[in-house]
Design a protein around this ligand. Sequence first.
Ligand SMILES: Nc1ncnc2c1ncn2[C@@H]1O[C@H](COP(=O)(O)OP(=O)(O)O)[C@@H](O)[C@H]1O
Ligand SMILES: [Mg+2]
Length: 507
Amino acid sequence: MLPPQADEADEANEATMRDERPGAKNEDTTTRVELAAAPAAADGRRGAEPEAQTTVRCAFPEQAAATLRLPGNGNANAAPAVLPTQRFEDRGEIARGGMSSVRAVFDKVILREIAMKELAPERTIDELSRFIEEAQITGQLDHPNIVPVHDLEMDEQGLPTRFTMKLVRGQTLFRYLSDRENRELSSDELEELLRAFLKICDAIAFAHSRGVIHRDLKPSNIMIGTHGQVYVMDWGIALLRASRHQDTRPSESPPAEPPTVHRSPDTLPEAAGTLSGTPSYMAPEQAHARTDQIDERTDVYGLGGLLYSILTARAPHEGKDAHDDLRLARLGEVPPPGEVAPHRQLPPLLCRIAMKALSAEPAQRYASVDELKREVEHFLRGGGWFAQKRFEPGAVIVREGDDADAAYVVLEGQCELSRLVDGRRQFVRLLAPGDVFGETAIFGSSKRSATITAQSAVTTLVITRATLERELDRSLWLRAFVEAVAERFLELDRTLRRMTSAPPRES
Ligand SMILES: Nc1ncnc2c1ncn2[C@@H]1O[C@H](COP(=O)(O)OP(=O)(O)O)[C@@H](O)[C@H]1O
Ligand SMILES: [Mg+2]
């Protein structure tokens, strides 16, 4: 089922709000908008996260688009905050968003630099409650790829408006990708990013096992440490829910999972119909503010968005402005990676994985983060650079005499190899799954010396010189070995042709 049109959703949201809070629509105080900080490296360099990629939290989705264009009001040189005790010495602002700022501080007791996230003074009680929950959720998610929270600190009024955490020295994934957006990623860079992506998957799968949905996965909420450590940050709009696994267990059975994350009993629940997230990365159900439909697959969509941005350096929903991003997110329309990054050679398997995770309909996505992770691991084992091509029965896959530009591996179905001998087509042999043909095309340019026809429906891997190069980049020994075997093959082929004046081998 496709998500309803934007208007329909607006009506649904308005209805929800009317039901729950009559007349609330006219009260300014009921609209909450949270604009997140632009990312900055721990060294204080301010990032350039476009406004359209800032997190929004708003009870009225239709108002969100209008408020999205509020200036990010980030002033990295703002006066240092007055810290609650003499324990922390301010070392400057790292980043600032609409509702909070992150500062580096020196802890004079432990003698180390840490990070402190501080809620803006003009907060509402709702925002304070949400902030406490952010500290509690993040702090309870004890995982190597989730930034560790140290403590919640009281301000001068005795309100818990600051929490301390590990200071991550490094950069956001946003900056890493932006620095490389106009060029091809090297094989090493892509592999490094995918290994980071697997760690992000671990963190999110762990959070899911504790009943937490992140809801705001995007490159500026991921940090990569100077030694390759990966941290999922900003659990500011995380949603606490029982895991689906637990939901389906009979109540008398013993707990199959460790306890979920706890929240203070007085924490305010999110109002139904609240729009939370970042439009350019939002899943359709999130963009429609259908909180009841948000589950693990909403984060699968977010992870798909991260993979998409790794491939293309772009967000899945990039319209002309934030309003347009939200419209595209509601439709779940994502252009194919090759279309938005034509300057890059992209591995078809990874593009397929990202687009499946970014399916508009949750049921079409990977059912769990682990399933998505396994697919990316499969890519890392090799072969994902090769495109797959399907041929109908009777289709000519390669034609004798044509220029040879690719080799093929039969994955499914049967093909027939034939040659013209004295003007008559002669059957030579059948090719089955696992057979390779056209391999000479890779090692030296030549003409096809045989015709290959699909006997049944056939699926092949298509191996070009360029994609083989990318696969061989993974392994020095494999490259050396393949090149040596290829050289021998060409030598033998040349010798054979001289001796028999036969056409070059094709199969
Ligand atoms: N513990 C930290 N160490 C270093 N930098 C951090 C840390 N926490 C946040 N930041 C930086 O601050 C930015 C904003 O933090 P985040 O928690 O995402 O706040 P917001 O809720 O305003 O988006 C991040 O993108 C990152 O650049
Ligand atoms: Mg953030």
